[in-house]
Design a binder for this molecule. Structure first.
Ligand SMILES: [Zn+2]
Ligand SMILES: [Zn+2]
Length: 252
C-alpha cells in the first residue's frame, strides 16, 4: 500500500491510499481542481478513484465531495447522519451509507471505520487493510480514548493527528471558548498526546505521518520534536503539508 497526503489541516484535508490496485480517497476538503491536479502529479486520473470516504461533516473534510462525486463519478461513502448534516454542501449526488464501526469492502481492500467523540454528528476514523498490512487514517477524533492504544498496536503505519502545541494554544490568540473546544474531549489532540499514543503502543509501525497540524497553534518542528522527545529517533516520521501534496509513503 501507499499513502499520499494531498493536503492536511483546517484549510482542507484529502488523502489518497492505494493498494491491491484499488484507489481510495479519504475526505475532500480541498477544491476539486486541487484534488485533480495533485492526483495528476502522480499520474492518477480523478475518474480512476474507486471510492471517496468522508470522516465527518466539517467543511475541511467535505467541501468538494459533491463536486467530485458528480464530475468524476467517484463513489461516495459516508454515514447517513453525516450525509444528513452535509446535504447542503454536497448537493444532489448518489452515495452509499456505511455504519460507524462497520467495515466496507472495496475490491481487495477493507475499510474499517471506528466511531469517534469528535464534535461532529457521526465522525469516524479509518483503518485500511489489504490482508497483510493495516494502515490507520486517524484525525479529528476528539481525545485519546481508552481503546485507541489497542487499535494503534494493530497497525503497520499511521497517518495521525498532531494538532496543537499545548503552550502555543494556551498563549495564542484564540478566544477561551475555542481553546476549550480544541483541547476538550470533542476537539483535537496535542503533539504530546499524539506522541504518547505512538510511544506507548506504536512499536509495530513502519512509519508515522503527523497530520492536521494547526496553522495558529503548531509548527512542524515542534510536532516532530515532541514526538522525538517521547520515543526517540528510530521511527521514520514525516509531517503532512498544509499547503500541498506531500511525498508518497510506502507500506511494505
Ligand atoms: Zn478537520
Ligand atoms: Zn473536524
Amino acid at each position: 500500500m501507499r499513502l499520499i497526503p494531498l493536503q492536511s489541516g483546517s484549510s482542507g484535508n484529502c488523502i489518497l491510499v492505494e493498494g491491491r490496485g484499488v484507489r481510495v480517497l479519504f475526505d475532500a476538503g480541498i477544491s476539486a481542481k486541487r484534488v485533480t491536479e495533485r492526483l495528476a502529479e502522480h499520474g492518477i486520473a480523478a475518474s480512476s478513484i474507486d471510492a471517496l470516504f468522508i470522516s465527518h461533516e466539517h467543511s475541511d473534510h467535505i467541501a468538494a465531495a459533491g463536486v467530485l462525486a458528480r464530475r468524476f463519478g467517484m463513489p461516495l461513502h459516508l454515514t447517513a447522519a453525516t450525509h444528513a448534516a452535509s446535504r447542503q454542501v454536497l448537493g444532489d449526488c448518489p452515495f452509499t451509507a456505511f455504519v460507524a464501526g462497520g467495515s466496507v469492502r472495496i475490491k481487495g481492500l477493507t475499510i474499517e471505520t471506528v466511531a469517534t467523540p469528535h464534535d461532529a454528528v457521526d465522525g469516524v476514523i479509518f483503518i485500511v487493510a489489504d490482508g497483510e498490512r493495516r494502515l490507520g487514517v486517524m484525525t479529528d477524533f476528539g481525545h485519546v480514548l481508552a481503546w485507541l492504544p489497542g487499535l494503534v498496536e494493530t497497525l503497520d503505519a499511521v497517518y495521525l493527528e498532531s494538532n496543537y502545541d499545548e503552550r502555543m494554544l494556551r498563549d495564542g490568540p484564540y478566544p477561551e471558548t475555542l481553546k476549550r473546544r480544541i483541547s476538550g474531549p470533542g476537539g483535537h489532540i496535542s503533539n504530546d498526546e499524539s506522541a504518547q499514543l505512538i510511544g506507548s503502543c506504536g512499536r509495530h509501525l513502519q512509519w508515522a505521518c503527523l497530520a492536521h497540524l494547526s496553522a495558529t497553534n503548531n509548527q512542524p518542528d515542534l510536532a516532530l520534536a515532541a514526538h522525538r522527545r517521547c520515543y526517540g529517533e528510530d521511527l521514520p516520521l514525516s509531517v503532512a503539508s498544509r499547503e500541498r501534496a506531500s511525498a508518497p509513503l510506502m507500506l511494505r
